[in-house]
Design a protein around this ligand. Structure first.
Ligand SMILES: C[S@@+](CC[C@H](N)C(=O)[O-])C[C@H]1O[C@@H](n2cnc3c(N)ncnc32)[C@H](O)[C@@H]1O
Length: 214
């Protein structure tokens, strides 16, 4: 498996914290109040996994999947040091090969979908929804759609494209406009139950969408 995060992976969380003034980490845990002891939780493309660790601290039964051995090694080192009461299951895999259908109460895709071109995102959202139990949910944390006047939208787009170009150069992520995840999830038949927004400077830059499967 090709590891595109071999060089940028170790820097990822630090860059995200600086770029977002800490808001990305808050966004990734925005719906963790719904995780209780025994809640079955999946983190797709987990990276260094701040969000998965927080879920385990809440007693969640946590599985993480990532294609990058670099990211998973960093994650494992972190969790080994912590001695968590509920151990986290680590799966080194392409998410498309992960086929535990309808087993999870919550499926998280935090800053994961934006890595891919649109056709892959649409397939991936369908796949992630298929991993959630009926009545379970999919949570997407990511850059929110630009909104407001022309100047505001210009700066929000600029903010996104700076991140996008850096990760295109570093990890071959796709170059694309900010995706409309709410519309995609609704098109899959999920109901948008709650959205939490996170501001940086003057505008909302990130959101966490909780979408419920019928
Ligand atoms: C932009 S990083 C986000 C990491 C983490 N979710 C976060 O918010 O910090 C994207 C992650 O997705 C992983 N990834 C990319 N393609 C993947 C795939 N097909 N299957 C599983 N993981 C993948 C990368 O290795 C990387 O760790």
């Amino acid at each position: 498996m090709q590891d595109r995060y071999r060089f940028i992976g170790p820097l990822y969380d630090l860059l995200a914290a600086i770029f977002s003034l800490g808001k990305i980490d808050r966004c990734k845990c925005a719906h963790h109040d719904r995780i209780a002891s025994g809640t079955k939780v999946l983190f797709a493309g987990v990276g260094q996994g701040v969000d998965a660790i927080e879920a385990a601290k809440r007693g969640g039964d946590v599985t993480v999947v990532d294609i990058s051995q670099t990211m998973l090694s960093i994650f494992k080192k972190r969790t080994d040091k912590m001695g968590l009461a509920s151990p986290i299951r680590i799966v080194h895999s392409d998410i498309f090969a992960f086929d535990e259908y309808e087993r999870y109460d919550m499926v998280f895709a935090n800053f994961f979908l934006n890595v891919f071109p649109l056709d892959t995102v649409l397939r991936l959202e369908r796949h992630l929804a298929s991993l959630a139990k009926p009545g379970g949910c999919v949570v997407v944390g990511d850059f929110c759609l630009p909104s407001g006047g022309a100047a505001a939208r210009f700066f929000q787009n600029l903010y996104w494209y700076i991140a996008d170009v850096v990760f295109y150069l570093a990890a071959r992520n796709a170059i694309h406009p900010v995706y409309d995840y709410c519309t995609h999830l609704k098109d899959l038949g999920l109901a948008i139950e709650q959205i939490k927004y996170f501001r940086v400077l003057f505008d909302d830059r990130y959101y966490s969408i909780l979408a419920r499967k019928p």
